[in-house]
Ligand binder design. Structure first.
Ligand code: NI
Length: 175
């Protein structure tokens, strides 16, 4: 079942989440299903467990069809990443307009590494590794921020580039 999404200002969104230590459990499977349903209900391109009130290092990234919130972006394969970590493969960053289900109606211009190497565990506890680029890399960095207690407004370099989606939409879709 889809859950309510916590909104910016909730202390849980500003707190580092706990690592997952047990795999293949009912708790973990239920959490993943709830995250997936909540993400789909709100047309998210990713989601993190703290956003539904659960302090665990579990994120989902990706979407299979064109996304109304990011109309220019091509689908990204959906993956559940548990205890994820990443490092940039180069220090090149790109600025793009970003939003979040925890800040509905808002967008900000956020720099992210263009290419990263990531590793995580899957729901069975098996190691996953990969390289992600562009929007895919951006989503992973955004969701990893969530489990470390950061929201994207903290990453905006110039707060003049932060505002309401309805005002900024032209810029967002030209981006
Ligand atoms: Ni978010």
């Amino acid at each position: 079942m889809a859950r309510d999404v916590l909104q910016m200002g909730e202390p849980l969104l500003a707190s580092p989440a706990e690592p997952v230590k047990e795999f293949n459990t009912r708790f973990l499977n239920d959490l993943i299903n709830e995250l997936r349903e909540t993400q789909h209900k709100h047309s998210g391109v990713g989601i993190a467990a703290p956003q539904i009130g659960v302090s665990k290092r579990v994120i989902i990234v990706g979407f299979s069809e064109k996304n109304e919130r990011y109309p220019k972006e091509k689908p990204v394969p959906e993956a559940v990443l548990i205890n994820p970590e990443y490092e940039p493969t180069s220090m090149t960053t790109i600025d793009r307009w970003e939003g979040c289900l925890s800040t509905p109606g808002l967008r900000g211009l956020v720099p992210r590494y263009n290419k990263i190497k990531y590793s995580a565990l899957d729901p069975q506890g098996k190691k996953i590794e990969g390289i992600a680029e562009g929007f895919h890399a951006r989503i992973i960095q955004h969701e990893c921020d969530h489990i470390n207690g950061f929201l994207y407004p903290q990453r905006i370099k110039d707060l003049r580039n932060f505002g309401f989606e309805k005002v900024l939409w032209e810029k967002v879709i030209k981006d």
